[in-house]
Design a binder for this molecule. Structure first.
Ligand code: FEO
Ligand code: CA
Ligand code: CA
Ligand code: CA
Length: 601
């Protein structure tokens, strides 16, 4: 029983209390099961995990590190199986590898790091009685994409001089994908994955001689000399002095077809280049596809892409080939938000304005369409490669770190996780506005955006803040108008998903209230709107990623368990999931009811 009675469908579970446990905690009546861990074999012949004897070849056949975006798809020809796809965002070699010297990693250690990045595709078998998911090692669909896998550079910036390097004079093929954070699943069954903090892999910014390129890279957060992982010692493409254009080949949305291992993954230049968090697709009524995207940096922007062509339905080869080109041609927009309350009423404390809501209107500003630029002083190629600078030029709204941006499959309303921005209002930085209403914002907010006429191709929209996160007892928080003494505390929203009943689910990263990160369900409709309940917590030091929310499965990727100050291979600060005496392993967790029934009902 809960204080909310049965509550809305999907939220009928006992909320998990905030905690600091080194475990995955779930409500009574639910079971967490570890599906796959960093180092578990994926490809035929890959060895079992053995951290004392890890090799680049082993890692290239095993599940990668720091699982983030997660999708659980139908298997093409076996109803007892499903296809799990997962991003591997980044590596922390000092916690992964014995005898690791940060100043002088060995070539093998560097190559293990490269191989632990990327994505995994893994077929899993579902136990019909319990819902447990077990990897099918060596299945024909299984794949490892790493930081060295060839990607076709595709769309309007492909072949641009800005993308050419010594190894690729055509600007056509990039090796690998880096820092893949969140993502999305397209209506035609492919996976989109966002290349986020790619700047950290490149060395010698400080001494690079190409002054023009250097100034442009600065806007993307490049700085300093040697990189943290020292990959430049193994491969000159990570040295900006030698290969100033190599970083232009990262920072894209990539598209992978998990059902077609022969099809090389693509980097989709039409969707712009920034620190992509994820990509949330929605079909317009006329069949065009719209993709919503966030650039996760303090004071950066929210974007959308609208395809030129319409999706073809059906599973024919012709339809599939057509749909796999949709993201190469279309129009890229950036968002501008305007509040409807007097600016003087937005004082930066989070106090509600006199109309009782943080809300207003907004517009989508056109940046480029195919080979046409709409930004003064920028060619279309420059808009795609230097998207941040193009968006600066048109006066887009500086947001509090846009993470996931996802449309509800039920209502079409778009939910934006603005994770935090402790620099808001400090020094010469932008001050609070109605969409980003707190200075020194530690806990973040959730923005709800409604496209004009519920048409995702519209050029204008309305918006309001659904949640202003933090401690519900604090005056600067807001939970959709729901009584705040009846909600779970929530801080630093990152990824969002929807259950089959239309509720919003939010995972957190960096909980600034001092407890472990977790997964929360939020009611959106009717008298329960704003009711927020914590469904699970992840182990200490971890962030909650994924998440997959289905009728009978909830999957989260517990990323970087034990990532706390002072942690190392010899001093692990989490023993999850393998228990005493082990090092922590980022893992995907499957939660079901103990009878494999409907979740939250
Ligand atoms: Fe990788 Fe924006 O989180
Ligand atoms: Ca994230
Ligand atoms: Ca208002
Ligand atoms: Ca985050």
């Amino acid at each position: 029983a809960t204080r909310w009675g049965r509550g809305p469908k999907g939220l009928d579970f006992d909320a998990v209390a905030p905690n600091r446990a080194d475990a995955v905690s779930v409500p009574d009546g639910y079971e967490p099961q570890v599906v796959i861990r960093w180092g578990d074999p994926v490809l035929e012949g890959a060895p079992e995990f053995d951290p004392e004897n890890q090799t680049p070849e082993s890692q290239a056949g095993q599940f990668g590190y720091n699982n983030d975006y997660t999708a659980l798809l139908d298997h093409p020809d076996d109803r007892r199986k499903k296809v799990l796809v997962c991003n591997h965002e980044y590596t922390t070699e000092s916690s992964m590898l014995p005898d690791y010297d940060e100043a002088a990693p060995t070539e093998d250690q560097i190559r293990i790091g490269l191989a632990a990045h990327g994505l995994s595709v893994v077929t899993v078998e579902e136990d019909r009685r319990t819902g447990a998911l077990t990897p099918v090692v060596g299945d024909g669909l299984n794949r490892r994409i790493t930081a060295e896998t060839p990607f076709v550079i595709s769309g309007p910036a492909a072949g641009s001089d800005l993308l050419k390097t010594t190894a690729d004079a055509e600007g056509a093929t990039a090796l690998g994908t880096l820092n893949n954070c969140a993502g999305g699943t397209t209506p035609w069954g492919t996976i989109l994955s966002g290349e986020e903090n790619f700047n950290q892999y490149f060395a010698n910014f400080a001494t690079m001689t190409d002054a023009d390129q250097k100034a442009k890279l600065a806007r993307y957060g490049f700085s300093g000399g040697a990189s943290a992982r020292k990959w430049e010692q193994y491969d000159p493409r990570f040295d900006l002095e030698q290969e100033p254009n190599e970083p232009n080949r990262f920072g894209w949305i990539v598209e992978l077809d998990p059902y077609d291992p022969e099809w090389a993954p693509r980097k989709r230049t039409a969707l712009g280049r920034f620190k992509h968090e994820g990509a949330g697709p929605r079909l317009a009524r006329d069949g065009r596809v719209v993709v919503y995207m966030g650039d996760d940096e303090r004071f950066d922007y929210m974007y959308k892409f609208v395809s030129k062509e319409k999706m073809k339905s059906g599973s024919s080869r012709r339809a599939r080939e057509h749909n796999r080109k949709l993201l190469d041609e279309g129009t890229l927009y950036v968002a501008r938000f305007t509040g409807d309350s007097p600016a003087a009423e937005i004082d930066g404390t989070g106090a509600l304005p006199s109309d009782g809501r943080f809300d207003g209107s907004g517009e989508w500003i056109k940046l480029a369409s195919g080979t046409t630029s709409y930004v003064d002083g920028f060619s279309a190629e420059e808009v795609y490669v230097w998207t941040r600078q193009a968006a600066d030029k048109v006066g887009a709204t500086k947001m509090d770190r846009p993470e996931d941006v996802e449309p509800s499959p039920k209502t079409g309303k778009v939910y934006v996780a603005l994770t935090n921005n402790t620099n808001r209002g400090t020094g010469s930085n932008a001050k609070a506005d109605e969409a980003n209403p707190r200075n020194a914002n530690k806990h973040g907010q959730i923005l709800e955006l409604t496209e004009r006429r519920d048409d995702p191709t519209s050029l204008t929209f309305g918006w309001n803040l659904l949640l202003v996160c933090g401690d519900p007892a604090a005056a600067d928080t807001y939970f959709g108008g729901f009584p705040k003494d009846q909600v779970s505390p929530i801080s630093c929203p990152d990824n969002v998903a929807f259950d089959p009943y239309g509720n919003l689910w939010i995972s957190t990263d960096g909980n600034a209230l001092g407890s472990n990160d977790g997964l929360f369900a939020v009611a959106l409709e009717g008298r329960h709107r704003g009711l927020t309940k914590q469904f699970l917590t992840v182990p200490i030091g971890a962030e909650t990623c994924g998440p997959v929310v289905q009728e009978k499965h909830i999957l989260v990727a517990a990323q970087h368990p034990g990532e706390l100050s002072g942690a190392s291979y010899d001093n692990p600060l989490s023993q999850w999931p393998d228990g005493p005496g082990s090092i922590p392993r980022p893992s995907v967790v499957n939660v079901t009811t103990d009878r494999f029934g409907s979740i939250g009902c």
